[in-house]
Ligand binder design. Structure first.
Ligand SMILES: [Zn+2]
Length: 77
């Protein structure tokens, strides 16, 4: 699932660690999930809530996935 965002569509914030959709502060977990679920090469990310809404997956499901990826030794988390 890549290429949904074209360059220039993403608003530029001072802080990279802000959700591109709602502007909420995000962390490593949100970043990792966005990369895993949407685009590994993404440089801006969505928070877990917006990501879940975007891909139609519940927050609980995403947290479970993050936990799983961490256990698998994924370097994104
Ligand atoms: Zn958000």
């Amino acid at each position: 699932m890549t290429g949904r965002y074209k360059r220039g569509e993403i608003p530029v914030y001072q802080d990279r660690y802000i959700c591109i959709k709602c502007g909420k502060k995000i962390g490593k977990l949100d970043e990792g999930l966005h990369k895993k679920m949407i685009n590994r090469g993404a440089e801006r990310w969505m928070c877990i809530d917006c990501l879940g809404e975007y891909i139609g997956v519940s927050r609980e499901e995403l947290l479970k996935k993050a936990e799983y990826f961490k256990k698998m030794g994924c370097t994104l988390f």
